[in-house]
Design a protein around this ligand. Structure first.
Ligand code: ATP
Length: 456
């Protein structure tokens, strides 16, 4: 595929600044100086994140018959992580500089800056004195039990997948499913990442949306291709532009220990192409490892024929926060309308934190305010809507554009005469008058229509 250059206004700094200005995301523990690679989500951030999660769960569970949901614990028995290979193998190679005391990922030196001379790479100046690479485990450790010395050492999960594998038997029996079938889970994962992330691209704690799809061994290659396509389509369905997405199969030397085939769905971030979601063919690795280590056979036995096999697993794994960031970046736009500049988030309406804003043209007009509040009260029973009567109407529109609200409903003098309101569309800025009694149906109808980004 030809290299695509980003030639538009968006930069990571602009996304960080918008997130902060509008309260989507801010640095964690800020009053104590912040903690690297940790962020807190404010009101609109929570709403957007919940919408991304809901769209993923819908596509995985609600719209299909062959996938069920699960919510497993964050802290699992420590033997889970021994059997899975994480205790011995979930490591990054690190090097330290004895001179500047900075620590780098040995496999990312090309993208790192020297601690003394940021224009150089580590190791490029005469003073750089790098150690040999050492393996550093990314799992956070903690202890269970009241007494520090005798407590059992456990880990915060670095992925949600293992919680699914160890529940294979429970779920397969209770859900009365036979392969091919899947188990989907959304939840927090934790990794002691040492490379500073690009904003929320890489953080210490993050939410993962993972689905393990269990298939008869002979069907694994076909299902792998199916899930790469399916997941690629999901990002497009919710508005990510195709020119900014690509599928990159892993080279054999890149593959994880458990995987026979992996493809990354990559997005063209402001810092370049990087992994958005990974799809892996994990074979029988995980179920076999947990069967051997636990003594419980994790296999499929057909009650009728007695046929038995260890299913192979296809895993699409997506970071919720990384998906959130991707939608924000892809939606970000700046344009001049008339004489004015506006920043607008062209988010898919199904993702937008707020679906409509109800705005009385004159905030001091009691008649307009009471009509607007009645409409707001009606709409909030069916959708996330906002009411705003403060400041000039143009500023209120721009505020809604910046948080990606697809519709604004304005109550003005004419409303008081003929019971109509204007509905303003975020992307085209088209305005139309509709009867106030029909707003609820019109809004729900518009929100359910297919949507495509107007961005090139
Ligand atoms: P990377 O190469 O970016 O470190 P990975 O290959 O280790 O990612 P996986 O273990 O495949 O990632 O995790 C699945 C998904 O979880 C990734 O595609 C990404 O969306 C997300 N993810 C992984 N690590 C982080 C992190 N530290 N912060 C935010 N999201 C993450």
């Amino acid at each position: 595929m030809a290299e695509v250059e980003r030639n538009e206004a968006v930069t990571m700094d602009k996304i960080v600044s918008l997130c902060r200005r509008r309260g989507f995301v801010f640095p964690s523990s800020e009053i104590y100086g912040g903690l690297g690679s940790s962020y807190d989500y404010g009101h609109y951030g929570v709403l957007l994140k919940e919408n991304v999660k809901a769209r993923w769960l819908e596509a995985m569970v609600r719209e299909r018959e062959d996938i069920v949901a699960l919510d497993s614990s964050i802290i699992l028995h420590p033997r889970v992580w021994e059997a899975s290979g994480h205790v011995s193998g979930f490591t990054d190679p690190l090097v330290d500089c004895r001179f500047c005391k900075k620590r780098y990922r040995a496999d990312h030196l090309e993208d790192s800056q020297c601690g003394q001379r940021p224009s150089k790479r580590p190791g490029e100046t005469e003073q750089c004195d790098l150690t040999e690479a050492r393996q550093f485990n990314l799992m956070f450790e903690t202890r269970v039990g009241a007494v520090e010395e005798t407590g059992q050492q456990v880990y915060l999960r670095p992925e949600t997948a293992q919680g699914i594998f160890i529940n294979f038997k429970n779920v397969a029996q209770l859900a009365r499913r036979k392969p091919p079938f899947g188990i989907a889970q959304v939840g927090k994962s934790f990794r002691n990442e040492i490379t500073p992330g690009n904003f929320i691209f890489r953080t210490l704690e993050f939410e993962q949306m993972e689905m393990e799809f269990f298939v008869p061994p002979g069907e694994a290659a076909d299902w792998f291709r199916y899930w790469v396509e399916e997941r690629y389509g999901w990002h497009l369905r919710y508005g990510v532009r195709e020119s900014h997405l690509r599928v990159r199969p892993h080279d054999p030397d890149e593959l994880s220990h458990y995987s026979s085939e992996t493809s990354d769905i990559e997005y063209l971030y402001p810092m370049g192409w990087s992994e958005l979601e990974g799809v892996a063919n994990r074979g029988a690795y995980d179920l076999t490892a947990h069967s051997d280590a636990s003594g419980t056979k994790l296999e499929w036995v057909d009650a009728g024929t007695g046929e038995r096999f260890v299913p192979h697993v296809i895993e699409p794994a997506l970071g919720l926060n990384r998906s959130f960031l991707t939608f924000l970046i892809d939606a970000y736009d700046e344009e001049v309308v008339g004489e004015r500049e506006r920043t607008v988030l062209r988010l898919h309406p199904a993702l937008a934190p707020v679906k409509a804003a109800v705005l009385p043209l004159i905030g001091k007009s009691e008649d307009m305010v009471s009509k607007a509040r009645a409409l707001y009260d009606e709409l909030r029973t069916v959708a996330m809507v906002e009411y705003d009567d403060s400041g000039a109407i143009g500023r209120r529109y721009r505020r809604q554009d910046e948080i990606g609200t697809p519709y604004a409903l304005t109550i003005d003098d004419q409303t008081l005469e003929d019971e109509t309101v204007t509905i303003r569309e975020r992307d085209s800025l088209a305005q139309e008058r509709i009867p106030i009694g029909g707003v609820r149906a019109a809004l729900l109808d518009r929100l359910s229509q297919p949507w495509k980004t107007p961005k090139a």
